[in-house]
Design a protein around this ligand. Structure first.
Ligand SMILES: Nc1ncnc2c1ncn2[C@@H]1O[C@H](COP(=O)(O)OP(=O)(O)OP(=O)(O)O)[C@@H](O)[C@H]1O
Ligand SMILES: [Mg+2]
Length: 453
């Protein structure tokens, strides 16, 4: 059961005190006080979820109370009551952190709605914090974005597999976040204090792969100028990421198979066997089953690697993640480039949803970085995005509807979704299809919008 929220009402006028008390007492635990100094004393000794205070008190300015509440209990809310027509003090109060204001002469309905809104808002803030801290403690990093079903499944697998030593095979198209997920698995494992070593099997020249993986003795081949540790040895106690495993040559696949089975190997030019404790994560953007069929990948190695398969869905199959990712990238690149971007043109949002993102999250990230760097206004427009494969961009810009700057991306999305639904005459299946999201996601979003009203 939840605890009844506590409200403190501060007003020197008995009628207002009485009115607020009568209106709020049924749902909340309400205390009233008539002087500013009395209020400060109460605030010092109690934590109220919400303080409703008059700005003009005989002994004190209500803004003083606001400052005290914010200092002592930053999570508490303050609603100020201002004299009619004194908008400046209301604005000042909002700037100082008040949640909202009530102008004298307010109705009972206004009180009720404002107070209820505050508690709704507070719940959202708390849920959001909880979600964030859960995510960062669960995954060790809080910069992996994704609320789509596909990504939720990925997170569940990460959570399940991270504490174990099981080998993980991450499959997914280029730019879907394979490396990011591999790092998350390492960071959430017991090995997180030990090294995370990556080797890109596609990038090492053919003759050097063995030495790269297992190390070599000085003089064992031309150019081996000193004893060198291989990736397996460097990763001892930690995690080794074998990136683009499909690119490894057949002769080395056999060697790798033995290492994965025994976790022991020999350096090039030294017969002494080395034993290590390494957790293996492999990634591939090719379908290894196809490679097996073609005869370019060993089936036994595949089974050895595929203990826990983790498939990262392409971005076009989880378009509900786009907006969150866009928000994340705009924030990141605005900070890096000192930009004050507030919103997107609706044509941009439409384009972000309609485009199929063959380069997945990396392509979206690059697109947003470019847009933020180029955009010196508050609104990203189509002209700030450049897709070489789309010659129609300039035309789209002209017809774009500009939204008031400062509009939250969430509101923008709402407008866009409702507009699409309208275009499809209210047919949810067609609208969801056009938007590239599931009907369930669309339904959930519509429900959210109706609750917000
Ligand atoms: N879910 C996500 N949330 C936030 N950023 C992401 C997400 N997925 C990917 N990224 C970002 O996209 C970029 C590409 O991700 P990453 O390098 O992990 O992809 P990859 O699948 O390994 O790609 P490739 O196959 O080309 O090597 C990185 O900058 C990464 O931080
Ligand atoms: Mg990668």
């Amino acid at each position: 059961m939840s605890v009844t929220p506590k409200i403190l009402v501060v007003d020197d006028e008995p009628t207002i005190r009485g009115m607020l008390y009568e209106e709020l007492k049924h749902k909340y635990s309400v205390s009233v006080v008539e002087t500013g100094k009395g209020a400060l004393k109460k605030i010092k000794h109690n934590e109220y979820d919400l303080v409703i205070t008059d700005v003009y008190l005989p002994d004190l300015n209500g803004l003083e109370i606001l400052r005290n509440v914010k200092q002592l209990h930053p999570d508490s809310g303050v609603i100020v009551i201002t004299g009619q027509g004194s908008i400046e003090s209301a604005v000042k109060a909002m700037k100082d952190g008040a949640y909202d204001f009530l102008a004298k002469g307010f109705s009972l309905d206004e009180i009720k709605v404002t107070v209820e809104n505050f508690f709704k808002y507070q719940r959202l803030v708390k849920e959001n914090e909880l979600l964030r801290s859960e995510l960062s403690s669960r995954y060790g990093i809080d910069n992996i974005i994704g609320t789509s079903e596909g990504m939720q499944r990925v997170f569940e697998t990460v959570e399940m597999v991270a504490p174990t030593n099981a080998t993980v095979l991450i499959q997914g198209a280029s730019g879907t976040g394979k490396e990011l997920i591999a790092k998350a698995i390492h960071q959430c494992s017991k090995r997180s204090e030990n090294p995370f070593i990556k080797t890109n099997c596609a990038a090492i020249p053919e003759g050097l792969v063995e030495s790269e993986l297992f190390g070599h003795e000085k003089g064992s081949f031309t150019g081996a100028l000193k004893n060198t540790k291989g990736r397996f040895e460097l990763a001892d106690g930690g995690t080794l990421l074998l990136d683009e495993i499909s690119e490894i040559q057949p002769n080395l696949q056999a060697k790798l198979l033995r290492v994965l089975q025994e976790l022991e190997f020999e350096k090039v030019g030294n017969p002494q066997t080395i034993k290590v404790d390494v957790r293996i994560i492999a990634t591939t953007n090719r379908d290894l089953r196809e490679e097996i069929a073609k005869g370019t990948f060993r089936e036994d190695l595949y089974y050895r690697l595929n203990v826990v398969p983790l498939d990262l869905p392409p971005l076009k199959d989880r378009k509900e993640d786009i907006l969150l990712l866009v928000e994340h990238f705009i924030e990141k690149f605005s900070k890096e480039n000192d930009r004050a971007i507030k919103t997107l043109d609706i044509a941009v949002l439409k384009h972000l949803y309609e485009y199929d993102w063959p380069g997945n999250v990396r392509e979206l990230e690059n697109t947003m970085e470019r847009a933020v760097v180029v955009c010196r206004e508050q609104t990203i427009q189509m002209k700030h995005l450049y897709f070489s494969q789309d010659g129609d961009i300039a035309k789209k810009t002209e017809s774009a509807v500009l939204l008031p700057s400062g509009m939250k991306l969430k509101e923008l999305e709402q407008r866009f979704i409702l507009q699409t639904l309208d275009e499809e005459n209210g047919n949810r299946t067609w609208a969801a299809d056009k938007l590239g999201i599931s009907v369930r996601t669309l339904r959930n979003k519509l429900r959210e919008y109706s609750e917000e009203k």
